[in-house]
Design a protein. Structure first.
Length: 152
C-alpha cells in the first residue's frame, strides 16, 4: 500500500479503515483498483476501470472491480452518477467541491459547473418548506455547442 499512501494518503487511509470495519482485507487487487481510480481524471465507468486495472494485473476480475467501486462509494471515496445513457459513471468524492452536471444527449459530453445563485435558490426554497437539504444532485440534459453547431 506504500505507493497509494504516498500518492493519495488520505483516500487510502479512509479505504483501509472502511475495509477493516467491514472485516475485509486490503488486497493487492483492491489497492490496484483504488490507485487506478484515483489516477483517472474525470468520470469513469466500471468497464473502463476494469480495463485499466487489467493492464497492470491481467488476473483482476470484473466482479472485483465492481465490488471495489461499491465499497469506495459506501465509504465516501467515489460518487455514483447516472447520466441516463445506460452506464453508471464514478467520480472521486472525498474532499471534492460540490458541482452539478450538464450532459449532452447526443455525444455524451458532460460539463461540470457550480452556480451560487442556483445553490442560494435551493436553500431559499427548502427553508420556505421547512426542509433541510442533506445533499442534492442536479443534472441538466440537452445539446452541447458542438452538437448544436453540427445540427445533430
Amino acid at each position: 500500500m506504500k505507493n497509494v499512501v504516498k500518492e493519495k494518503g488520505r483516500e487510502a487511509g479512509v479505504f483501509s479503515l472502511y475495509l477493516k470495519k467491514k472485516e475485509l482485507k486490503l488486497t493487492a487487487q483492491r489497492e490496484l483498483i483504488l490507485k487506478a481510480f484515483l489516477a483517472h481524471r474525470g468520470h469513469i465507468s466500471a468497464e473502463e476501470l476494469f480495463q485499466r486495472a487489467r493492464e497492470k494485473q491481467p488476473h483482476v476480475g470484473f466482479a472485483t472491480v465492481y465490488r471495489t467501486l461499491k465499497h469506495m462509494t459506501q465509504c465516501g471515496l467515489a460518487r455514483e452518477l447516472d447520466f441516463g445513457d445506460g452506464r453508471i459513471q464514478y467520480e472521486p468524492e472525498l474532499d471534492r467541491k460540490h458541482h452539478d452536471h450538464m450532459i449532452c444527449t447526443k455525444c455524451g459530453t458532460y460539463i461540470e459547473f457550480l452556480n451560487p445563485q442556483i445553490e442560494d435558490l435551493q436553500e431559499q426554497v427548502s427553508r420556505k418548506h421547512g426542509f433541510k437539504i442533506t445533499s442534492h444532485r442536479m443534472q441538466l440534459y440537452g445539446l452541447c455547442q458542438k452538437c448544436q453547431k453540427n445540427g445533430k
